[in-house]
Design a protein around this ligand. Structure first.
Ligand SMILES: Cc1ncc(COP(=O)(O)O)c(C=O)c1O
Length: 463
């Protein structure tokens, strides 16, 4: 019955444990089994894929087209239905026996499925029990994951001369937050450590990006941290650059943290600590954060934090509560792994089940196929914008960009902003970040690209 789908296997376990009824189990298997089997990754019909989302079934005149994946993505209909079904079932039995057993199973399975996609563990054989992955924590979102680092790190040298190197395009949770934790730039007074902010030159090449970061690092650099694909410019730091910076970070005993909020779900990510691993394929870092409700199209208020086990003990978690089995470790014997960030007390089990369902869905399509589709749509969009004289902030080069596309917007006093105009008049959801930010995903079709560019041209021609 369960085939290779981790979610269906979990449903079987939950049925056998009496957490969900037989009828509910059958219903879930029917729906999800049908959804997953419908996908033929060798010949994807993108219009059929779009139909897996609710918005595609809203009458065209009322439909809001999602093109703001950098902020929030809708989850496929079946994932939302699974969440609703589970919520009702879980609400029937709140006993600790069932909750701890079911919750622990769900989080263990979700962690494994996600870790497998991230290249942290090997695929399991038929019937093999699911091991407990300790290097990946399921947390609330990328904001929480980023803050676990900047708030959790305490071994600063009291002389105040340690430094961190960050990109001026980092998200506030990985930028301003460092000031909140006591850092100051060299121009500012005092501080627990120095913040060195890197601004990239215009139209920076891979080499210039690498030099910009590497030239700021020295033996007192404790962190190098940047967003893999910037939410404010769409610039992507190529894997080869990350590989070289990872090597340099290791030479200096510096921690490389990558904010993957615009990466996970949009690109194939294979995390690695192996400096010798292929420099263009692997994303080498000591920690990686992301949210499930962005490109992963998963449930809200879930995210991931991967942590190199040799670095985990450097961070004191801000939340000390019990884990999924309602077990509290001794305060001075916290796990030396990402697991220390998962001592979060009572959680929303249903959302974690939904992450697993979503991972099965994405795996069935294939993360490489998804990456290629996003690249194709984003390239079309950039090309159309350029042909229509829009001033792109995001590079055309596919090695230096991915799904986040940003264009500058001319001032048009007295007119609605382009962002409001696209939403109010054309029902297209974008963002005004950096001008206009448009992020096509696998639920978008070429016609959406044509529609948004045409609407932008109309707005520009408004008197
Ligand atoms: C690069 C980056 N990091 C972190 C975040 C925070 O994500 P969340 O609000 O899901 O925690 C965002 C949100 O847009 C982001 O773009």
């Amino acid at each position: 019955m369960s085939g290779n789908y981790t979610s269906l296997r979990l449903f079987e376990e939950l049925r056998d444990a009496g957490v969900i009824s037989k009828d509910v189990f059958n219903d879930l298997c029917d729906k999800l089994g049908r959804l997953l089997k419908k996908i033929d990754s060798t010949e994807i019909n993108w219009s059929d894929i779009r139909d897996e989302w609710d918005f595609a079934h809203v009458p065209e005149t009322e439909r809001v087209i999602p093109m703001n994946a950098a902020n929030l993505c809708p989850a496929p209909t079946e994932v939302v239905e699974a969440i609703n079904t589970f919520r009702t079932e879980y609400n029937k039995n709140v006993s600790q026996q069932e909750r701890t057993a079911a919750g622990a199973l769900a989080i263990q399975d979700a962690r494994y499925a996600i870790a497998e996609e991230l290249g942290l563990v090997e695929p399991l054989g038929d019937g093999e029990p699911v091991p407990d992955v300790v290097d990946l924590a399921i947390v609330r979102n990328a904001s929480e994951a980023n803050n676990a680092l900047n708030a959790g790190y305490s071994p600063w040298n009291p002389d105040g001369l340690d430094n961190i190197v960050i990109w001026n395009e980092n998200h506030p949770t990985n930028y301003d937050a460092w000031w909140l934790r006591g850092g100051r730039t060299a121009n500012e007074e005092g501080g627990l450590f120095e913040i060195r902010v890197v601004t990239l030159p215009e139209n920076a090449s891979s080499e210039e990006i690498e030099t910009a970061f590497a030239s700021q690092m020295n033996e007192r650099t404790k962190f190098l941290t940047f967003t893999e694909t910037s939410n404010v410019s769409g610039i992507r730091i190529p894997r080869s650059v990350i590989s070289n910076l990872f090597k340099k970070a290791n030479e200096l005993s510096c921690h490389l943290h990558v904010d993957g909020a615009q990466t996970w779900g949009a690109q194939k990510v294979q995390l690695s600590l192996d400096e010798a691993a292929d420099e263009n394929t692997f994303l080498k870092c000591h920690s990686f954060s992301a949210s499930s409700h962005k490109w992963f199209c998963g449930p809200k208020e879930t995210g991931i934090l991967y942590m190199d086990p040799s670095k985990a003990a450097n961070f004191t978690p801000s939340i000390f509560a019990y884990d999924y089995k309602i077990t509290i470790p001794k305060w001075n014997e916290l796990p030396n792994s990402a697991r220390r960030f998962e001592l979060l007390g009572q959680r929303d089990d249903v959302n974690i089940v939904a992450m697993l369902v979503e991972q099965d869905f994405l795996t069935e399509i294939g993360q490489e196929v998804i990456e290629e589709r996003i690249k194709y749509l984003a390239t079309n969009l950039k090309t159309e914008l350029q042909e229509n004289d829009w001033d792109l902030t995001t590079p055309l080069d596919e090695n230096l960009s991915h799904g986040v596309v940003i264009s500058k917007v001319p001032d048009k006093p007295g007119q609605p902003s382009l962002y409001d105009y696209l939403y109010d008049q054309h029902r297209i959801a974008t963002s005004s970040s950096g001008g206009i930010r448009i992020c096509p995903h696998i639920y978008n079709l070429e016609e959406d690209i044509d529609k948004v560019v045409s609407a932008m041209n109309t707005w520009r021609n408004l008197p």
